[in-house]
Design a protein around this ligand. Structure first.
Ligand code: ATP
Ligand code: MG
Length: 767
């Protein structure tokens, strides 16, 4: 029998009591305006008992300190005294914004002294739960708190959540917890949209292990294939190496043969070359000797040339003198002619009497003196003034002057004649000398000419030529002889230099003993050639360059093949090593895969178990809920008419836990939503009360004596309101000794036993 005795709350939400608020039996109205702190009283009581409140809903099962400590305050205090049977208890809790909360549970003894029972939040809560006979927070709330506002939630929820609320009403909280745990387990295994479940994670691991295993098996197979290929290759190498040795032997044999052939060919060519060289040299020598002989015989023809040349030289000089003589004759003849002409022209210039005239010299002096004396006298007479005599003398003087002038001109002519006569004489003499000189020269010339003709005609080598050409004149004949002599000299010189050149060439040719040396070399080469023996080839094998080339190519090809096989073998070994390393590193994959397979199988089994458990619990809860349903319906049958002024009388909960009410007008059950809003609220209140009554945890040995009805009248009209109050005061009072009606609706005072008036979190009146 649990009863509430008193409550002290300070800085608990809005509540700031000056002193503890005492609770009495009977119906108590907690009134006040909105937000006065009415509902907070219920929260303060629940917090004192369980350290939890209804509003705001706890997070992770716990009420947060800051949600209940009054804004601006650093700590909240709540002290509740309650009685269970005849024992009284006092629980006090002090919650701080920072720091550990303080909690004490004491028993109030008869002398009002305190007996500590528990200290610390959890301990105190545990102890209270024990004292209450195991009634939990949810059980207490579902059976003793009829909060109109909470009911509305029921309407809006999904079916599953509605079931959960019903579970809470049905005290199936433990079912909920187990279900939630199981669902958490299920979620953990199956995963959600946001996070993958363990099963998926492990399945993914299994998948990746499966892939790894597949790769492992693939690589294992790969390694086997590679090892096999390597073995084959090694065999191939062995086979090819044998072929290579064979081919190389053949190639070497052919190569040797080829070398011998080449050597023989080279020797033959060498011999041939030397022979040709020797032959050429010999020919050259013979030709040179012949040329020398010929040239010498040609030169023999000019053996007297040097003797003739001397004579020719002196004759040539003589001939030059003759030419000079001829020039002199020309010049003398020219002078003789010129002088003859000069003599004749002078002779013509002189008149026949020239000689006599030249000898008579005229006298000038007496006439010159007469002229001078006459003029002087004339001037004297003029001076003394005897003009006439003066004029006579002047005239005589003029006559004398004229005579003087005539005589002077005759004298000059006479002097010219005398000079010309002298020149004529001189010219005659020179002419005679020139004629004599000319005669001499002509004589010399004819002597020299006949001498030269004889001398040239009797010249050896050229006398004949001279005589032949003499018909064209001496100069032509002399010129022909000189030209021929010059030509011969040239010819002889040419022959000489030719001979020198031949001799020089002969000197440059190898000497006979050297040629003999070459001959002996040829001989020894011949012997070497004799010694060169061609190697014998295998029977059926015929040598040719093509065969040799083919053998070379085959050797090369085989060597390349061997190399390629070896490279591939090395690569294979490398690959095999890498694979083996990988396989070693992943050697436990089969083991890991089978382990993971077991892990996944276990998880799957676990999930199946969880699913089964959920099903089972749901089925059990369903069965329990179904058991309560008729009880709730029975209570509803009593409560509903009381609350609705007998308008509605019967109600049931359908399979989905929705309330259906018998509508007398409709003559059938209808879901509550079709009724008016106020009626719907009354129906919900009836349902909540029916649940509370049906679920009172009497079975646990303790039964709460109190019930809180939070705003039960909000939307009821006056008639129904009084019906509800009546029901509470008469019928409900039979079940609960303490009924607290929280309401801000006026006019209830006369129906209740006590009134607690609140304003701004403070108790302003208690009646
Ligand atoms: N930690 C807190 N500190 C101070 N005030 C708080 C705290 N938490 C809630 N409140 C205030 O307490 C008041 C709520 O009190 P309560 O729910 O008890 O009101 P009420 O009297 O039941 O009102 P109504 O009739 O509207 O239901 C609100 O004004 C709310 O803002
Ligand atoms: Mg309220």
């Amino acid at each position: 029998m649990v009863k509430l005795l008193s409550l002290y709350a300070y800085n608990f939400k809005k509540l700031r009591f000056d002193e503890p608020l005492r609770f009495s039996d009977g119906v108590t109205l907690i009134s006040g305006l909105n937000e006065a702190g009415k509902s907070s009283i219920l929260d303060a009581i629940l917090y004192a008992l369980y350290a939890r409140v209804i509003r705001p809903p706890p997070e992770k099962g716990k009420t947060r300190n800051e949600d209940i400590i009054a804004y601006g305050a650093s700590k909240a205090t709540v002290v509740l005294e309650f009685a269970v049977g005849d024992k009284r208890y006092r629980v006090s809790r002090e919650i701080k914004r920072s720091g550990k909360p303080r909690a004490n549970l004491d028993e109030i003894l008869a002398d009002n002294s305190l007996k500590p029972l528990a200290v610390g939040q959890e301990k105190v809560t545990e102890q209270i739960e024990a004292i209450l006979g195991g009634i939990t927070f949810n059980e207490l709330v579902s059976s003793t708190v009829v909060a109109q506002k909470e009911l509305n939630k029921l309407i809006e929820l999904r079916k599953e959540d509605r079931k959960k609320i019903i579970n809470v009403f049905l005290n199936l909280e433990s079912f909920n917890i187990v279900l939630e745990n199981l669902e958490e387990q299920k979620r953990e295994l199956e995963g959600t949209k946001e996070r993958p479940g363990r099963l998926r994670v492990e399945k993914e691991k299994l998948e990746s292990l499966r892939e790894e295993l597949e790769e492992y098996l693939k690589k294992k197979k790969e390694r086997e294939d590679l090892v096999e290929e390597r073995m084959k290759l090694l065999k191939n190498i062995e086979k090819t190496e044998a072929e290579y040795a064979e081919a190389e032997k053949l190639y070497k044999m052919l190569q040797e043969y080829d070398e011998f052939l080449n050597r023989r060919q080279k020797l033959e060519l060498e011999i041939e070359g030397k022979r040709k060289q020797l032959e050429t040299l010999r020919k050259q020598r013979e030709t040179l000797l012949k040329n020398i002989e010929n040239t010498e015989s040609d030169m023999h023809r000019y053996r007297d040339l040097h003797l003739v040349e001397k004579e020719l030289e002196s004759l040539s000089k003589e001939y030059q003198q003759l030419v000079t003589l001829e020039h002199q004759i020309g010049e003398a003849r020219e002078a003789e002619t010129r002088l003859g002409i000069q003599v004749r022209s002078l002779e013509q210039q002189l008149p026949p009497s020239a000689k006599a005239t030249a000898l008579r010299r005229p006298s000038i002096r007496p006439f010159a003196a007469g002229a001078a004396a006459s003029i002087i006298i004339a001037f004297i007479l003029l001076f003394i003034g005897s003009v006439l005599p003066a004029l006579l003398f002047l005239a005589a003087g003029v006559v004398f002057l004229i005579i003087v002038f005539q005589r002077v001109s005759r004298l000059s002519r006479m002097m010219v004649l005398q000079e010309t006569l002298a020149r004529l004489e001189q010219a005659r003499e020179m002419h005679a000398t020139a004629r004599a000189t000319l005669r001499n020269l002509i004589q010399n010339h004819s002597v020299k000419t006949s001498y030269l003709k004889n001398a040239f005609s009797s010249l050896p080598r050229y006398g004949e030529l001279f005589q032949q050409k003499l018909v064209e004149g001496l100069p032509k004949a002399v010129e022909a002889v000189l030209q021929q002599a010059e030509k011969d000299r040239q010819e002889l010189n040419d022959l000489k230099s030719k001979l020198d050149a031949y001799r020089e060439q002969l000197k440059n040719l190898p000497a006979e003993h050297e040629l003999n040396q070459v001959e002996s070399e040829i001989h020894s080469l011949g012997e070497q050639l004799e010694g060169v023996r061609l190697p014998t080839l295998s029977p059926g094998l015929e040598f040719s360059r093509d065969v040799l080339e083919e053998a070379r190519k085959r050797v090369q090809q085989l060597a390349e093949n061997i190399q390629a096989y070896r490279t591939r073998t090395e690569l294979l070994s490398q690959l095999v090593l890498e694979l083996e390393e990988w396989l070693r590193a992943h050697g436990d994959v089969e083991q890991r895969y089978s382990e993971q397979l077991a892990v996944v199988a276990n998880l799957e089994r676990e999930l199946a178990v969880v699913r089964k458990a959920v099903e089972a619990i749901q089925a059990t809860a369903e069965a329990l809920r179904n058991r309560v349903k008729p009880l709730v319906a029975a209570h509803m049958g009593i409560i509903l008419p009381a609350l609705t002024n007998n308008r509605y009388k019967a109600a049931i909960l359908d399979d989905d836990y929705r309330l259906q009410v018998w509508d007398p007008d409709a003559g059938q059950y209808r879901v509550k939503e079709v009724f008016s809003g106020g009626t719907e609220d009354q129906m919900l209140l009836a349902m909540r009360l029916a649940f509370a009554l049906a679920l009172l945890p009497e079975a646990k040995g303790q039964k709460p004596e109190f019930v809180f009805l939070d705003e039960p009248l909000g939307s009821s009209d006056e008639v129904r309101r009084s019906g509800i109050i009546e029901y509470i005061a008469i019928d409900l009072a039979k079940k609960f000794s303490q009924i607290f009606i929280i309401s801000h609706v006026g006019g209830l005072e006369e129906h209740v036993n006590h009134i607690i008036r609140l304003h701004e979190g403070k108790v302003v009146e208690t009646v």
